[in-house]
Write a protein that binds this ligand. Sequence first.
Ligand code: FE2
Length: 280
Amino acid sequence: MSTLEIKKIVKAIETSDGAGVKLKRSIGTPEASYIDPFLMLDEFGSENKDDYIAGFPAHPHRGIETVTYMLEGKFQHQDSTGSKGIMETGDVQWMKTGRGIIHSEMPAMSGGKLLGFQLWINMPSKLKKNKPEYLYIKKNELGSYKSDGVTVKVIAGKFKDIEGPEKNHNVEPIYFHVVLEKKKKFEFNLPKEHNSFIYLLKGELTVGNNKHEKTSDSNLILLNKGTDLIVEANKMSEFLFIAGKPIGEEIARGGPFVMNTKEEINQAIKDYQDGTFAKY
Ligand code: FE2
């Protein structure tokens, strides 16, 4: 047994994507470029509709999975497989893009608060050629644990005997949304080969046994490998805990495409320009 300790704390960078949606990016930045198998983590949200109303009009993806978790607000999704859906507060959309998808993600709200997360998970080369697949998870289908000041929503993985809806996945992902009251602890055992991190939304945490610098909101807390995670809330805190088995392959990035080689990125760009990208 080994306790997970903090490896590095990374401040999320304010940026924008899509048609100008303001967001905070933590993974996929110079300081945390690739936490195998995780390629990107964005927090998007604002109380000002001008920061998000332009949305993410039609754009392609290849070779990745995108996991979108809406904490507040409503988004409409539409794509080249003919799939269409509305994500409401608390819902999750888990999309495996495989060999290619063109989709749009647009606000289905005219104002009010928006808060959500998009995580990109790499796919191993053998799955990058698959047909796109989806899992739409309604809020009430998430695993939910609540006891003595500890609340855990389970999107993937298993907490105590509560299992999340995304199962039999190649990287054995763990994706929890945790809320801790002051002085309460979140304790969890994970496979020793997994890479893992905490994304702190609110509050301040003490992680592991070693002394560490203060944690604060909108920070990515990268963890060392280990089997035992112990997190204590110094005050009421809320965070995402995410972990997965590394894929260990070379990656080549080209914006919305993530493949193994530069040639495959060039091929993706060519397929998109030729109009053959999303033919199934
Ligand atoms: Fe997208």
